[in-house]
Design a protein around this ligand. Structure first.
Ligand SMILES: [Zn+2]
Length: 403
């Protein structure tokens, strides 16, 4: 006998509500008639859900459209203050950044703390709980209007189980995060790798909005990549895809933090560029222009101003990056590539060299009109990205978020 499958009406309505909310988010200002056309749902369902969403103040009416629904109806858009989310990021060694975002993904409030976190014996959940509670005490909005907390951690993260699998920066391994944090804070908690958080932000609110397939590359302490493929984050079979920084770059080259030799990160990350600089000083001990112990920003400035040694150092770094990126473009054929990082400057020698190299190695005409966006990232942007993990779940139906 066949099994009777019952349709959960609440689940169906919740999915329809997510669909409409997301269409209102992406098409605002939008009429109910347009929503019927865009969603494929019946007029009755659209009108009923829109009425509910207006009552909950999750959407608002703005302007008036000619309607064939029997009356003049307002155009709908997401109510920025209908609800809020929290985003928390750990990017630098001992820095916790927390932001409050409205439903448009905009930062309403932010705070930053210096906390000792680099130790496997630190009670991470307790430290984070204390900081979030402190943030909430000073928060401008009531707790019941906050939908949840999104966390962005470095290293390998299992977003399904909500655990930090390997975090070499803070020296944590196999640490359960979302379950205990959710219990302590009494709100939903989501976790992902910080670079994926940034990818999520770019897709929902940033440069990636118009694209279904794009790559976000982060340069800084490490070299990371978020892949947005077919409108969703691609994580790989075990959730650890996108380790762009650890693709082989120089055979038998420098030792990388991951234990291998010659990874891209060992040459292109901040510490990789500094290592190349120290090799250069060792090679030319009598060159007065290399006498000072320059910082990364000073190296970049000196190269821009014409120091030949430093120009060729950054040009070589750009070649490594450009070669690796050309491979990514050849494989994924993205609509756009976004390069970002705290010290990223589009005028850098590194990027002109990278562009030349990419042009040389990108297959056929794949780079003819490939937008390459080079933009710096602020410390609050990582936390903003973490907050968009919650907004993704709010706006996208369970089928789209893999929940
Ligand atoms: Zn490596």
């Amino acid at each position: 006998m066949g099994k009777v499958v019952s349709v959960d009406r609440n689940l169906m309505r919740s999915m329809n509500q997510s669909t409409l909310l997301n269409l209102i988010r992406t098409h605002a200002p939008v009429s109910r008639t347009q929503l019927v056309q865009l969603s494929g749902l019946s007029t009755g369902t659209v009108v009923s859900i829109a009425t509910d969403l207006l009552k909950q103040e999750l959407i608002m009416e703005q302007g008036v459209a000619n309607s064939n629904l029997g009356r003049k109806a307002g155009l709908l858009r997401v109510h920025p203050n209908g609800a809020y989310v929290l985003g928390l990021s750990l990017v630098e060694n001992d820095e916790i950044v927390i932001v409050l975002l409205n439903l448009l993904g905009e930062i309403v409030q932010d705070s930053c703390w210096q906390v000792q976190l680099h130790d496997s014996t630190v009670n991470v959940v307790q430290v984070i709980t204390e900081k979030v509670e402190t943030f909430l005490q000073n928060c401008q909005v009531p707790r019941e209007k906050i939908l949840g907390l999104g966390c962005g951690f470095p290293g390998n993260v299992n977003s399904q189980t909500g655990s930090s699998v390997d975090n070499w920066i803070h020296n944590w391994h196999d640490l359960s995060i979302t379950d205990p944090l959710s219990q302590a804070l009494r709100m939903p908690v989501y976790l992902d790798n910080v670079v994926n958080c940034l990818g999520s932000y770019e897709k929902l609110y940033g440069h990636g909005r118009p694209y279904r397939d794009f790559l976000v590359i982060t340069l800084g302490r490490g070299v990371g990549m978020a892949m947005i493929l077919n409108d969703d984050l691609y994580r790989g079979s075990r959730g650890w895809g996108g380790e762009f920084g650890h693709i082989p770059c120089v055979p038998d080259g420098r030792r990388c933090e991951c234990g291998n030799q010659g990874c891209l990160e060992a040459y292109v990350a901040d510490h990789g560029i500094l290592a190349s600089y120290h090799e250069l000083r060792h090679k030319y001990p009598d060159d007065a222009r290399l006498a000072a112990d320059l910082s990364l920003d000073e190296i970049r400035t000196a190269a821009r101003e014409g120091n030949e040694h430093l120009r060729s150092l950054l040009a070589q770094t750009g070649q490594y990056l450009g070669t690796a990126l050309a491979s990514m473009v050849n494989i994924f054929n993205p609509e756009c590539v976004i390069l970002t990082g705290a010290h990223v400057h589009p005028e850098d020698v590194l990027f002109s060299s990278m562009r030349e190299t990419m042009h040389r190695y990108i297959f056929s005409r794949l780079d003819d009109d490939l937008p390459l966006i080079i933009t710096p990232v602020t410390s609050t942007r990582w936390a903003q990205g973490a907050g968009t993990l919650v907004l993704r779940h709010f706006f996208l139906s369970p089928a789209q978020t893999g929940a």
